[in-house]
Design a protein around this ligand. Structure first.
Ligand code: FES
Length: 98
């Protein structure tokens, strides 16, 4: 019933229950993925979801705004903010690159 979260740059893989935030997972794993404000305002924690977007919570309003305005021109349809996402479904695979 867990979903596997892989942080590709750090060769880390963690199996988590739905409801966990990506920020919590990253911090518990020892990943070097950087954070700034931790509140969806600075864009420091931007990542690319290489697989498993459907296992993540929808974008928050703050996330949409930062991706569109602060990070304009540097994002793709795979871009998300780590501090705004959580795992929402079991039995999946999420692959994150930063
Ligand atoms: S840490 Fe600032 S937007 Fe995520």
């Amino acid at each position: 019933m867990r979903t596997r979260v892989e942080i590709m740059n750090d060769f880390l893989a963690i199996n988590v229950e739905p409801g966990k935030t990506i920020q919590d997972i990253v911090e518990a794993s020892g990943s070097a993925l950087p954070f700034g404000c931790r509140d969806g305002e600075c864009g420091t924690c931007v990542v690319s979801i290489e697989q498993g977007m459907e296992y993540l919570s929808p974008m928050t309003a703050k996330e949409v705004k930062v991706l569109k305005e602060v990070l304009a021109g540097t994002t793709t349809e795979k871009s998300r903010l780590s501090c705004q996402m959580k795992v929402v479904k079991p039995n999946g695979l999420i692959r994150i690159k930063y």
